[in-house]
Ligand binder design. Structure first.
Ligand code: FAD
Length: 510
C-alpha cells in the first residue's frame, strides 16, 4: 500500500528530521508530515549548535531535509489532525483528509511560546525580545539588557543575563523578597516593579513603557514564554504527560512513550531543550523506532516459521492414513508403570498411543499436538478403547493451562533444523505441578542402520547432555532417572538390531 509506512514522523523540525535521518538510514519507509512552523523561525541565526554556529534555522532544516531525502525519506506539507490506534498500525489523518498508516509514529511537534501579554512583544520575538541567554546572549553582551520576569523563568534568567552585561534591568510585578532583592542589588541590577504596558522596536533597540508612563530603552529584553503543547490530534491515543509546565509527553531515552507504537522527541518532551538536545532526542527516537520494528520483524518471522512448521506436521498426518503404530512406546510404558496415576499431559501426543495407554491405567490424560488430524485420530482411539482422554490442538505445553502430576514428552523430534526442542521441553517443565514429574523419552542415538545421517537429521542427545542443556533450576528439580535404555528392534533389512532410548525422569521438588 502506497500510504503504508514503517514510520510517520509528525513535525519536521530538528527533532523530527533527526529521527527521520536515522530511520531512512535504517532502510525504513519513512514519511515526515510538517506544518512548517519551527519554534525558532523568528530568529535569523542560530547559536550554541556546535558546527552550525550562526546558521539560519531555515538553512539547517533545508540541509536536514536534503540529507533525509538521500536516504529515501519522503515529505508532506500539512498538519496532522488525528492519530488513531488500529492495532498493528496507527492511522494518521491530515487536515486535508489524506490518510497514512504506519507501524510507528514519532511525535516531534514542538511547542508554542506563550509570551507575556504585552503589546508589541510578539512582533519583536527573536529580534530584540529573546528567550535564551545561551542562544542569543553573546550577540548582545555588554549592552543595555532587560529581563521581563515571568512565573515560568523566575529570577533565574536575570542572574544569567547579568553574566552578559553590567547594565541589566529587571521588570517584575511579583513581590521580590528581601534576600532576592539583596542579591540583585548586590550585582547592580535595577528592579522595576511597575507593570510593563508595551514594548516597541525603535532604531534597532526596544522601547519599554511601564504603568505610570516611564520609558526604558534597551538593546534586548529577555523573557521566558510559557510552553504550550497542542496534542489535540493525538487525543485518540493514550499518552502519559508530565506534571511540568506545558505538560510535555513522557518519553524515555529512546523516545518511547506510554504507547508501544508512539515515540516522541524534541521540545514536545523537553520544552526547554535547545536545538542540540532536540536533535539528540530525535536521533535516539529514530533509533528507538527502528529497534522496536526490528524486534517486531523477528518476532513475526518466528511466528510465521512456527505456523509453517505446524502446517507441515498437519500435512504429514493428513496425507497418510495412519502415521504411528498406535501402540504405546515400550520405554515410556516401563517408566510410567511405576508411577502413581494422577493428571498427565502428553506433549506432542500425535495419534494418542501414549496418552490413551496412560488413561487406561487410571491417569486423567490430556494430549496436545499441532496437528488437528492427529488430535482427531487420538480422540477416536480413546473412544474405541472406551477411555476418557482429552486431546487438543496446540503448540506444546504452553498452550495448555494448568499443572500436571506427569508431563510427558515422548520422541519429540523433528527433521527441521530450527525445531525448538529445548523451548518445548522447558515449556513442558513449566507445567509440572510441585511434587510431579517430567518424563522425556527420546532417541539418544541414531539407529545402528542409519549411522550416516543426512543433513538436518533430528537432534539426538544423551539424557545427560539434554539435562545440562535444559539448565533447570537444580534446587527445584531432582533427577530420578538419567539413562540410556536399549531396546530390541528390527533393521529395515530384517536383521536384528537395537535402539537406544534416552530416559530423563525429573521430579519437581514440592
Ligand atoms: C526565538 C527562538 C530562537 C531560538 N534560537 C535557538 C538557538 O539559537 N539555538 C538553539 O539551540 N535553540 C534555539 N531555540 C530553541 C529551538 O527553537 C528548539 O530547541 C527547537 O526548535 C526544537 O525543535 P523541535 O523539532 O522539537 O520543534 P520545532 O522546531 O518547533 O518543530 C516542530 C515542527 O512540527 C510542526 N508541527 C506542529 N504540529 C504539527 C502537526 N499537528 N502536524 C504536522 N506538523 C506539526 C511545526 O510546524 C514545526 O515545523 C530558539 C527558540 C526560539 C523561540
Amino acid at each position: 500500500m502506497e500510504n503504508d509506512w514503517d514510520a510517520v514522523i509528525i513535525g519536521g523540525g530538528v527533532a523530527g528530521l533527526s529521527a527521520a535521518q536515522m530511520l531512512g538510514r535504517s532502510r525504513r519507509r519513512t514519511l515526515v508530515i510538517d506544518g512548517g512552523m519551527p519554534r525558532n523561525r523568528f530568529a535569523s541565526h542560530m547559536h550554541g549548535v556546535l558546527g552550525h554556529d550562526g546558521t539560519p534555522p531555515t538553512g539547517l532544516l533545508a540541509t536536514g531535509r536534503d540529507e533525509c531525502r538521500a536516504y529515501g525519506v519522503e515529505f508532506a506539507a500539512g498538519a496532522v489532525a488525528a492519530l488513531v490506534d488500529e492495532g498493528d498500525r496507527l492511522r494518521v489523518t491530515r487536515d486535508d483528509g489524506s490518510v497514512d498508516t504506519a507501524r510507528a509514529v514519532v511525535i516531534a511537534t514542538g511547542i508554542r511560546d506563550e509570551l507575556p501579554d504585552v503589546p508589541g512583544l510578539r512582533e519583536q520575538w527573536g529580534r530584540t525580545v529573546l528567550h535564551c541567554p545561551y542562544c542569543h546572549g553573546w550577540e548582545v553582551a555588554g549592552r543595555r539588557l532587560a529581563v521581563l520576569a515571568t512565573p515560568a523563568a523566575g529570577l533565574h534568567q536575570v542572574e544569567l543575563v547579568r553574566q552578559l552585561s553590567d547594565d541589566v534591568t529587571v521588570f517584575t510585578t511579583a513581590p521580590v523578597d528581601e534576600s532576592a532583592a539583596a542579591r540583585l542589588t548586590a550585582r547592580d541590577i535595577r528592579i522595576v516593579t511597575a507593570r510593563v504596558l508595551a514594548a516597541h522596536g525603535r532604531d534597532g533597540a526596544l522601547a519599554i513603557t511601564t504603568e505610570g508612563g516611564e520609558e526604558f530603552v534597551v538593546d534586548a529584553l529577555f523573557t521566558g514564554g510559557e510552553p504550550s503543547i497542542d496534542l489535540g490530534f493525538a487525543a485518540g491515543v493514550e499518552l502519559v504527560r508530565a506534571d511540568d509546565p506545558g505538560a510535555p509527553l513522557v518519553a524515555d531515552l529512546r523516545g518511547a512513550t506510554s504507547h508501544p507504537r508512539v515515540f516522541a522527541a524534541g521540545n514536545v518532551t523537553a520544552p526547554y531543550g535547545n536545538v542540540p538536545l532536540s536533535m539528540g532526542s530525535g536521533s535516539m527516537a529514530g533509533a528507538g523506532v527502528n529497534a522496536m520494528l526490528v524486534a517486531e520483524d523477528f518476532a513475526r518471522a518466528v511466528e510465521d516459521r512456527t505456523a509453517a512448521r505446524n502446517a507441515a506436521w498437519e500435512e504429514r498426518y493428513a496425507t497418510e492414513e495412519r502415521f504411528w503404530s498406535g501402540r504405546v512406546n515400550a520405554t515410556m510404558a516401563a517408566v510410567a508403570a511405576g508411577l502413581e496415576p494422577g493428571t498427565a499431559l502428553d506433549v506432542g501426543s500425535g495419534e494418542g498411543g501414549d496418552a490413551v495407554w496412560l488413561a487406561e491405567r487410571g491417569w486423567r490424560a490430556t494430549g496436545v499436538d499441532v496437528s488437528a488430524t492427529a488430535v482427531r485420530r487420538a480422540a477416536a482411539l480413546a473412544e474405541s478403547r472406551g477411555v476418557d482422554a482429552d486431546f487438543r490442538v496446540g503448540d506444546g505445553a504452553a498452550s495448555v493451562p494448568g499443572e500436571f502430576d506427569l508431563v510427558l514428552a515422548s520422541f519429540l523430534h523433528s527433521w527441521e533444523a530450527d525445531f525448538p526442542r529445548l523451548r518445548l521441553l522447558r515449556d513442558a517443565a513449566d507445567r509440572v505441578a510441585p511434587g510431579g514429574r517430567l518424563l522425556i523419552v527420546s532417541h539418544a542415538a541414531a539407529p545402528p542402520w542409519a549411522r550416516e545421517l543426512p543433513e538436518h537429521a533430528p537432534v539426538m542427545r544423551t539424557p545427560d547432555e539434554e539435562l545440562a542443556l535444559l539448565a533447570l533450576d537444580e534446587s527445584e528439580w531432582q533427577p530420578e532417572i538419567v539413562e540410556i535404555r536399549r531396546r530390541e528392534a528390527t533393521a529395515p533389512d530384517g536383521a536384528a538390531a537395537h535402539l537406544d532410548d534416552g530416559v530423563l525422569l525429573l521430579r519437581r521438588i514440592g
